[in-house]
Design a protein around this ligand. Structure first.
Ligand code: PMP
Length: 304
């Protein structure tokens, strides 16, 4: 079903993807003590011998920060160098997704993150659209996002994805495409693997950092792009009922890019969504390195 890139980085060396195997006794498998990143790479539309990675530095910084919750000192620089070599070795020719992962690799029981072996691996797979580019129908999840007092939400920690997984499955099994989770305060938080934005009366709104969201890199990019377009984003708590009467709602994420929302529960959203389309067009141009103002967000890797 998936096309994996042929070479993986595993136990500090580059090996064929099939040879990168872990034991059933791996600590992280049992306790969810892993953290990951996820970034997209595309062949440069202007130069097929070059690969473009969007905001590589920021992704590596976030993973390095997530690793801190595992008591794993993995400098962003080391992650970045590994990813660059990984791309050169794989020579991808289609758009792809890179999954760098840090975890407790020890073969032992008892939950902890101290005095335990850690490892860092990287693999990749070809990836087209993750959600329908035409838009998705969303269910409000009966599962709530974790709260920071009981979970390190500033990290992108594997264990958090049980909630995302349950929410997504609940949505799909009841005929929707995607889930929108509330936070423990009952305010709008995010989707199963995406942040959320809404447009009301020409204003762009997204839940703030105090709303238990993941610090999405696409979210950050959209806020900056909107600002450059003269649109201030209001970062604040968002009520569920605001979603139903919004002029536009979209989800943002590395995999999902900007995905419009067509319907939430039984509320149909307007078919025209000028701001979503404008931001989407701009983000696409930036990731394809067609926008001279954002070239510092695009890391180009020569395959020669
Ligand atoms: N929230 C969650 C729970 C996610 O898994 C993701 C995907 N990483 C996002 C938001 C969006 O983050 P980003 O834009 O950095 O991909």
């Amino acid at each position: 079903m998936y096309s994996f890139l042929p070479i993986a980085f595993f136990k500090n060396e580059f090996v064929p993807f099939e040879e990168a195997r872990i034991s059933i006794a791996t600590h992280a498998l049992h306790y969810g003590t892993g953290a990951f990143g996820g970034l997209r790479g595309i062949p440069d539309p202007q130069n097929p011998k070059q690969i473009l990675l969007f905001r590589l530095d920021r992704h590596c910084q976030r993973l390095s920060q997530s690793a801190k919750f595992l008591h794993y000192d993995l400098p962003a620089q080391k992650i970045e160098e590994t990813i660059v070599t990984f791309v050169k070795k794989n020579q991808p020719n289609k758009s792809f997704y890179i999954r760098p992962f840090v975890y407790t690799s020890d073969l032992g029981i008892a939950p902890r993150v101290h005095n335990i072996e850690k490892d860092f691996f990287v693999y990749g797979l070809e990836l087209g659209d993750y959600l329908s580019a035409d838009g998705v129908n969303c269910r409000i999840s009966s599962w709530y996002r974790q709260e920071d007092r009981s979970f390190p939400l500033r990290g992108k920690i594997s264990a958090a994805y049980i909630t995302s997984s349950l929410a997504k499955t609940e949505a799909v099994e009841s005929g929707f495409d995607e889930a929108i989770l509330m936070n423990s305060q009952g305010k709008v938080c995010e989707a199963s693997g995406m942040n959320i934005f809404l447009v009301r009366n020409g204003q762009l709104i997204t839940p703030g950092f105090d709303q238990d969201i993941l610090e999405g890199i696409t979210r950050d990019s959209i806020v900056k792009i909107a600002k450059d377009l003269g649109i201030e984003t209001i970062e604040r708590s968002v009520d569920k009922s605001e979603l139903f009467i919004a002029d536009e709602v979209f989800l943002s994420g590395t995999a999902a890019k900007i995905t419009p929302v067509n319907r939430i529960e039984n509320y149909q959203l307007p078919e025209t969504r000028p701001l979503t389309e404008k931001l989407k067009e701009k983000l696409t141009a930036i990731t394809e390195n067609r926008d001279p103002n954002y070239q510092n967000w695009v890391y180009a890797i020569s395959l020669d």
